[in-house]
Design a protein around this ligand. Sequence first.
Ligand code: MLC
Ligand code: AMP
Length: 527
Amino acid sequence: MATSKTSAKRTTTITTTPTCGIPLIDSAVENGSGIAICDDQGEHSYQSLILQAQTVASVLLQGEQDLKERRVAFLIPSSFSYVVAQWGTWLAGGIAVPLCTMHPTPELEYVIDNAEVDIIITHPDFADRLQPIAEARGCRFLLINELSVGMGSEIDTELSAMPNRSLALPHINSNRRAMIVYTSGTTNRPKGVVTTHDNIAAQVSCLIESWGWTRDDSTLLVLPLHHVHGIVAVVCSALWIGATCEMMGQFDAEEVWRRFIKKNYTLFMAVPTIYVKLAKVWDSAAENKQQSMSEACRKMRLMISGSAALPVSVLEKWQGMVGHTFLERYGMTEIGMAISNPLHGERRPGYIGQPLPGVTVRLVDEEGNAITEESIPGEIQIKGANVFQEYWKKPDTTAENFKDGWFCSGDTAVLENGYYRILGRNSVDIIKSGGFKISALEIEEELRKHPAIEECSVVGIENEEWGEQVCAALILHSDQELKLHALKEWCKDRIAVYKIPKAVIYIDELPRNIMGKVTKKDVKKLF
Ligand code: MLC
Ligand code: AMP
């Protein structure tokens, strides 16, 4: 049982940094010898995590007193090392900029340049790609495996034997900037969403309360760690309360089922596409295997879905398969999680639920008036300590996205019998595929650089597995040919795989309105 590990959890406390000022780390410090993270290297205690992070912080500081919000980017697969780099950055007073392991060089360069990164930390697997980027920009370049004292589970004993280390780390005011996470939007290039330590604390603490996290919890992370679903909802929440987070480097449906059966997780979070992929494996399993798979899920206390609309058919399929009614919730990079179905009480299929504690939600009509009655659709606007501080170095865009202090989500919803239901997005140019937010404009801009493409229009086409799939209508230059597989190959070095069109059609003219603007609704009809 997941509970057996916990009895000794708070017996050892860290004395090297009684409080560092960062709410998440100060909360985690209390968990001493409890297991924080399991990964391919083994089990890692809270004590080990803090000491490793302190070591990284002191290397980053190089004798300086405080990084003073200088940006530290890191490209590290989901693992203990990732969190060590993140917390090390924070303890040194830096802003953590997680990079995406699926991004090709131009996209990594974009983030590093846009965030004006000073220091790059990487896993050795990515060193060949990142070292030239770092050198070209004069960034300090560090390999995570050379920074740490050791990454195995035996290190705990070694570290606890160490005398109190007097690392001169700064005290961090919690209203300082902590993290920049890049998200696509209605602009063609991704924006850096800046959150403070206080924002992260607010985003995490409302989930702890609402979803009943305790230190007896144990979860499996299958999501990437460059977005808030993985970073905040799974990892930060688990570490805040003293739970255990097991990390899989990459999602693999068969492996997830193996672990579900073998381990005793208490809760699991994923995007709807992952649940669809897991259900496919269940469907193809023999009956006795299906029984053990379902039994493994039944042992969990909670299964959560978010980041994209959960089709009612998927929710019902899982109800039948394993007896769980998924808890669906709604979030955004800018706000963490904001609206959720309840832990106890009715989880209404097709609805995202009610505002989380500390989060205020309103719906606003097209004229900008707050809607006070149920059943009238409007844009979701959010207020609360969970709301991000700014888009990095974009004061105008930041201002445009707030109205009277409310953050404008761009999502339309309706309130029905006390529960919010998402109706869609204001912008047709935002696509959600497998939980990733993708800008159609960004892809169009890239496709126009292809020598065979004269003009194009990118749309998201509804798809059972992916939610939406990126599809492109192409006008080719005369006498040119461009097959889908050739286009995919060409795209691979330029844009992340999840942005690459999964289908194309060839047309002579794009549908336009009388103003000459491409009508994407009509483009969609072409597929
Ligand atoms: C991978 N591919 C995708 C894709 N992910 N294509 C479209 N959309 C995606 N999301 C590509 C693969 O590279 C591969 O390309 C092909 O599609 C099939 O891959 P696969 O093996 O079937 O997919 P897999 O690699 O298993 O990845 C699927 C996935 C992944 C669902 C596990 O997409 C994922 O981790 N999604 C989670 C995203 C997330 O965390 N979002 C949270 C954002 S925060 P090829 O060329 O090899 O065929 C947020 C706020 C909130 O939204 O509310 O939480
Ligand atoms: P991101 O910018 O990647 O954080 O994506 C945030 C967007 O994901 C939101 O603006 C919504 O459009 C979408 N989203 C998140 N959760 C849900 C949900 N439960 N149902 C529908 N859409 C969701």
